[in-house]
Design a binder for this molecule. Structure first.
Ligand code: PGA
Length: 246
């Protein structure tokens, strides 16, 4: 049985004060959710979040990392540094990074392998654009992203990572994939994993849906057989919404 994972992706949002209030609110009412809970925050806020959530069920993630441990890469943060401060998760290859910072499937591959080698859990994002969807190329696109992004990773390691299927047309738009469509694409991704890495990895790997997930649509999405949780942007910013998602 795969445990679902709800991850908030705060993107470039929040202040120290807002974070303190958010965590206080969440910890007051979180109880014992059935899912793993992750908050992915801007780098500068990670130490504060790690402090505030220490010893709780909330795990902390970054939104990106560099694949080298150190070096002359002005402005970058390495996976090794994330590990050093106690971060557990890292989003890799989010569509906004692919779109605005030209990240390629090859970069995704280097980062994912490095994250796994450090014991960080990568949340690897894949998904098609609106025009690719209209051209019925969704499967071809996500398969390509997976074959290159997860190249040369062992079957054992594959089950340790998380894939987030995020159709780009659904991110921040309010347009959500139907639960049936999300389940179909995620089922297809599981099939690709099975063919490449074997049945055990396919059964164990957790695959989330992302893209305009809200308290009022999450239940139906998570009720689908292949959907193992959600990567949530907008609705993870408000503590009440985030609690409702959990
Ligand atoms: P959204 O973002 O929930 O605001 O659509 C999801 C994401 O970008 O991970």
């Amino acid at each position: 049985m795969r445990k679902s994972v709800i991850a908030g992706n705060w993107k470039m949002h929040k202040s120290l004060k807002e974070i303190d209030i958010f965590v206080e609110n969440i910890l007051n009412s979180i109880g014992t959710p059935t899912s793993d809970v992750v908050l992915c925050a801007p780098y500068v806020y990670l130490p504060r979040l790690l402090d505030l959530t220490k010893g709780t069920i909330i795990k902390i993630g970054a939104q990106n990392m560099h694949y080298e441990d150190k070096g002359a890469y002005t402005g970058e943060v390495s996976g090794e540094m994330l590990k050093d401060i106690g971060v557990d998760y890292v989003i890799i290859g989010h569509s906004e990074r692919r779109q605005y910072y030209n990240e390629t499937d090859n970069d995704v591959n280097l980062k994912t392998k490095k994250a796994l080698s450090l014991g960080l859990t990568p949340i690897v994002c894949v998904g098609e654009t609106e025009s690719e969807k209209e051209e019925f190329r969704t499967e071809e696109v996500v398969k390509g992203q997976i074959l290159v992004g997860l190249k040369n990773i062992s079957s054992d390691d594959i089950s340790k990572l998380i894939i987030a299927y995020e159709p780009i047309w659904a991110i921040g738009t309010g347009k959500v994939a139907t639960s049936n469509d999300a389940n179909k694409v995620i089922g297809f991704i599981r099939e690709v994993i099975k063919n490449e890495f074997g049945e055990k990895s396919a059964n164990e790997i957790r695959i989330q849906y992302g893209g305009s997930v809200k308290p009022d649509n999450i239940k139906e999405l998570l009720a689908q057989s292949d959907v193992d949780g959600a990567l949530v942007g907008g609705a993870s910013l408000n503590p009440n919404d985030f609690l409702a998602l959990l």
